[in-house]
Design a protein around this ligand. Structure first.
Ligand SMILES: Nc1nc2c(ncn2[C@@H]2O[C@H](COP(=O)(O)OP(=O)(O)OP(=O)(O)O)[C@@H](O)[C@H]2O)c(=O)[nH]1
Ligand SMILES: [Mg+2]
Length: 370
């Protein structure tokens, strides 16, 4: 293991230097404020958490080099999101400190090579698409309570992890109560198809009185797409061009058991179109919002989608395209980030067959299949 001390004007700057030299897998061992405008970060790389730690610290002072940030100022952040990055770094630091503490405790209690077990489990969770930081957090929570003689039993540890994940899962059915539910989310994720499936299940099978409303007046074929589904199911379909029209339409359908509102797919970066969604929430406060996400969306793209849309009053999440991949960890990533329950899982494009209400049982099977 190599251990080295990095210093910088800000912790962020010192961590940047750590990542540049040691890469993404560097383990942050400690951070310390040295004085006004100087912070120290001690980092390790190629670490074996069961090996004795060498304290042979090399020096590196990034604050002394050219191009340093002005003292006390915010270091430039490449993607222009200083707040998010600072929040992420704070979380990461906390988790890594916790990880170090736990590993020290496990090593001293059991003397077992915990790093191998930890790495194998972390790789397993990451291979299922679970964010590495979340994976570490789950491992920390799970391994902390494992009995000494079970500390290297991978199959047993996986069953403990599955239990921990299960405990964290939350589900909800927004259509179980009478009311209006709007489906929002990025373009092409499957909002309209999900609505069609739900309309078929509720109108045809459960005999509920329903109406569909589309607010997608951007795509020429969008209203037509919903009208065709509506016709097949004997459900009226209306078009609302703005929140005012939506309010009027909802008033006409106030006696219906369920009104499902389809919205145009949009990028969370499109401020004008995100504002329209805010306006819908403002005009009809009783609408419940379901955020539809593609379960195959990875890492930063999922993070951006969830962060962007949860600025709205989201009640629940749905995930589509579970048929298109084997790793469904991004569902857990999105759930933990949004802190919202999951409503529906879409496993294909067939209406209405390919839709399952989410349950903690089917979610855990999708998220941790092996
Ligand atoms: N494989 C697969 N395809 C799906 C699923 N859900 C929807 N689709 C397909 O994805 C395509 C887009 O679906 P839409 O329901 O139109 O998506 P949308 O979110 O309404 O799209 P926009 O309104 O353009 O934002 C269609 O071809 C659907 O048949 C799913 O779970 N799995
Ligand atoms: Mg659509």
């Amino acid at each position: 293991m190599r251990i080295k001390r990095f210093t910088g004007v800000t912790v962020r700057e010192a961590i940047k230097a750590v990542k540049e030299e040691f890469g993404e897998n560097a383990l942050i061992l400690s951070t310390k404020r040295l004085g006004a405008g100087r912070h120290e970060v001690v980092a390790a790389v190629d670490y074996d958490l069961s090996a004795p730690v060498s304290l042979d610290i090399e020096k590196n002072d990034v604050s002394a080099g050219p191009g340093k940030s002005p003292a006390g100022g915010n270091a430039a952040v490449p993607d222009g999101r200083p707040d998010l990055l600072a929040e992420e770094l704070r979380k990461e630091l906390g988790e890594l400190k916790e990880l170090k503490r736990l590993c020290m405790a496990v090593v001293s209690n059991t003397g077992s090579p915990v790093s191998d077990v930890f790495r194998r489990l972390e790789e397993n969770l990451a291979a299922n698409g679970i964010d590495r930081r979340l994976a570490r957090k789950i491992l920390l929570n799970t391994l902390g309570g494992v009995a000494r003689d079970k500390a290297s039993d991978i199959a047993y540890l996986k069953s403990c992890i599955r239990e921990k994940v299960y405990e964290r899962l939350a589900v909800a059915d927004p259509l179980s109560e009478k009311g209006v539910v709007a489906f929002i989310g990025p373009s092409g994720v499957g909002k309209t198809t999900t609505i069609a499936k739900l309309a078929a299940l509720n109108a045809l099978r459960k005999k509920k009185s329903m109406a569909l409303v589309t607010m997608d007046t951007y795509r020429i074929a969008a209203a037509e797409q919903l009208r065709i589904y509506g016709k097949l199911m004997g459900v009226p379909v209306d078009v609302a061009r703005d929140p005012g029209e939506l309010k009027a339409i909802l008033s006409v359908h106030r006696d219906k058991d369920l009104v499902l509102v389809d919205t145009a797919g949009r990028s969370q970066k499109d401020q004008a179109r995100m504002k329209e969604l805010h306006d819908i929430a403002g005009a009809s406060p009783s609408i419940r919002f379901n955020l539809v996400l593609n379960s195959q969306t990875r890492d930063g793209a999922m993070y951006d989608a969830v962060k962007g849309f949860t600025a709205l009053p989201i009640d629940s999440l749905s995930f589509t395209r579970l048929d298109e991949g084997e790793a469904h960890g991004p569902i857990l990533n999105a759930m933990m980030l949004a802190r919202k329950p999951v409503a529906y899982l879409s496993t294909g494009s067939r209406v209405p067959e390919d839709l399952e209400p989410a349950s903690r049982e089917n979610l855990v099977k999708f998220i941790m299949p092996n």
